[in-house]
Design a protein around this ligand. Structure first.
Ligand code: AMP
Length: 209
């Protein structure tokens, strides 16, 4: 793929990418975007700074644009987990940048700040929720959020999250949408989800020292 137009992406997304002066897809984007657009699971391994965020955000935004529906209260359609507050904020910014003409509702759920504003942010439902695993679990267990409606599930820097011991929080939170044999997560054991085939995952690896 030599141009973002070759993917058949919706015009509001290619317009946003053109405004960002993205002329050519990076290798991780060229490989990942068609796979996610065709609704298959993907594990992408790429170093930081190679355009990995757009590799999953762009096809997901295309799906949201072409399958518009109002998210239900206290739910999200897309769940992105990342290991740190900083990375989560950057991912949210990317969704907002690439989705600026799509009209996507996005929210951030991270630790270290008051939970009240985050509870209110998801009260009416959001399209995209970017979260760190611990705070996400707090929100789910306090009934501030239901994850039964998740269509796309992204684990960014999955290896780092596992290294940081987030596996238990992730397992507990994701039980509601990865239950009954619907599993799809980690590089070592990625099985196709039986019913909810729309769930996607993307693992990325930070730059090696
Ligand atoms: P990331 O790896 O997602 O953190 O992206 C690294 C940097 O590359 C960010 O500043 C992006 O804005 C930029 N970027 C991502 N995709 C492209 C592209 N196709 N062309 C030019 N810059 C890009």
């Amino acid at each position: 793929m030599t141009s973002f137009h070759d993917f058949g992406l919706a015009e509001p997304i290619t317009r946003a990418l053109a405004e960002e002066k993205y002329a050519t897809p990076t290798p991780i984007q060229a490989q990942t975007i068609p796979v996610v657009l065709s609704r298959r699971d993907v594990i992408g391994i790429a170093q930081t700074g190679t355009g990995k965020t757009a590799a999953f955000a762009v096809p997901i935004l295309h799906h949201l644009f072409t399958n518009r529906r109002r998210p239900e209260r206290k739910t999200c359609r897309v769940l992105v987990l990342s290991p740190t507050r900083e990375l989560s904020g950057q991912i949210l910014d990317s969704f907002r940048t690439y989705g600026r003409h799509v009209g996507t509702r996005a929210a951030l759920v991270i630790g270290g700040v008051s939970m009240g504003a985050q509870v209110r942010a998801v009260q009416n439902g959001v399209d995209v929720l970017v979260a760190t695993p611990g705070r996400l679990l707090d929100l789910v267990t306090s009934n501030g959020l239901r994850l039964g409606e998740v269509e796309f599930f992204v684990l960014d820097e999955a290896d780092r999250m596992l290294d940081m011991g987030f596996i238990h929080d992730i397992r507990k939170s994701s039980r509601s949408f990865l239950s009954n044999g619907k599993r799809c997560c980690f590089p070592q054991r990625c099985r196709a989800p039986s019913r909810r085939s729309r769930i996607r995952c993307c693992a990325t690896r930070p730059r090696l020292p």
